[in-house]
Write a protein that binds this ligand. Structure first.
Ligand code: NAP
Length: 292
């Protein structure tokens, strides 16, 4: 297949952003003599979550952010989790709090997320931060949509007037990204599992974002020639030879032959998400210490 699209290199962009964050961390430390600090709360021992948490903590160290892990057993009660959150809220040496999702079924994630001090809510999921995003006010914005927007800006300086179709309407990705793209004056359509005529809708998009969790779901013929395609999906599939492989929601090879630019999986949105978490942490620390 004739490939012509630009590959949106999320790893390289994330590396540049990490350097920027490291400079902000250094400036913050020189001005305040305080280490910007992130607390990661993990309940249970979900294997994928453990990998994500380890990776996040490793990367905080790279930019000079201190990280603290609070691990609770799977059977911990909701009130035990809320107690930890309260302690972290009151601890002035902690500037960012992240609760690794998913939580065990007996714990309501929205109760836990809304217990976090919104100024420390580096995942941007607290209802005050959600409201701030919708109202166009200052607040902490979820990391994955921020990463997607930064990638888009790299390939289209002015997004105004572009038609964006977002597949997926989750609170974590689709909805906040729709708000961010509206702010950029895109014409935004959100699609989901009940959307009719998905291929036709996708084909109308100058910007197509797939965040549904269905391996290789978006076909080449669904993509408008010259569109920018951002693939948020992270799906582990088994190859014909039995090897496990990470793929996105878009048929990547097919997209390469139609689109103007495509983000790969892995090496696209994933690294950008983690670096946006580091950015949110330094932003939260600056805000709390009046350094913003
Ligand atoms: P989610 O909460 O499960 O939401 C999935 C969304 O996709 C829902 O809105 C659902 O529609 C929609 N959907 C499912 N099947 C569909 C179909 N056949 N056609 C159209 N829409 C469909 O997922 P999420 O947390 O947003 O994550 C989505 C994907 O992104 C996952 O693969 C996840 O691993 C990945 N992800 C990656 C990163 C990263 O850093 N790269 C970060 C977060 C998530 P309904 O609302 O109608 O059910």
């Amino acid at each position: 297949m004739d490939s012509k699209a630009i590959v949106i290199d999320g790893s390289a962009m994330a590396e540049r952003l990490r350097n920027e964050v490291a400079h902000r961390v250094e400036a913050f430390r020189s001005a305040t003599s305080i280490d910007p600090s992130l607390a990661v709360v993990m309940v249970g021992d979900d294997a994928a979550s453990q990998v994500y948490v380890r990776n996040k903590m490793k990367q905080t160290a790279v930019v000079g952010i201190r990280s603290v892990e609070k691990r609770l057993p799977r059977q911990a009660s909701e009130s035990e989790v809320l107690e930890i959150i309260q302690e972290l809220n009151e601890d002035s040496s902690i500037h960012g709090i992240l609760v690794q999702l998913p939580l065990p079924e007996h714990i309501d994630p929205s109760v836990v997320v809304d217990a976090i001090d919104p100024n420390k809510d580096v995942d941007g999921l607290h209802r005050n931060n959600v409201a701030a995003l919708v109202l166009g006010e200052e607040g902490l914005v979820p990391c994955t949509p921020t990463g997607c927007l930064l990638m888009l800006r790299q390939y289209a300086e002015n997004l105004s007037g572009m038609r964006a179709v977002i597949l997926g309407r989750s609170r974590l990705v689709g909805k906040p990204l729709a708000e961010l793209l509206l702010r950029e004056n895109c014409t935004v359509t959100m699609a989901h599992s009940k959307t009719a005529e998905l291929p036709t809708l996708c084909r109308s998009a100058d910007i197509l974002v797939a965040a549904i969790g269905r391996p290789n779901f978006v076909q080449g013929e669904w993509i408008k020639p010259g569109a920018i395609v951002i693939d948020v999906g992270m799906n582990r599939i088994k190859d014909n030879d039995g090897k496990r492989r990470l793929v996105g929601d878009v048929d990547y090879q097919a997209a390469l032959s139609v689109a103007q630019a495509v983000s790969p999986v892995p090496g696209g949105v994933g690294p950008m998400t983690v670096v946006c978490l580091l950015r949110n942490t330094i932003q939260a620390a600056e805000g709390q210490l009046g350094q913003a």
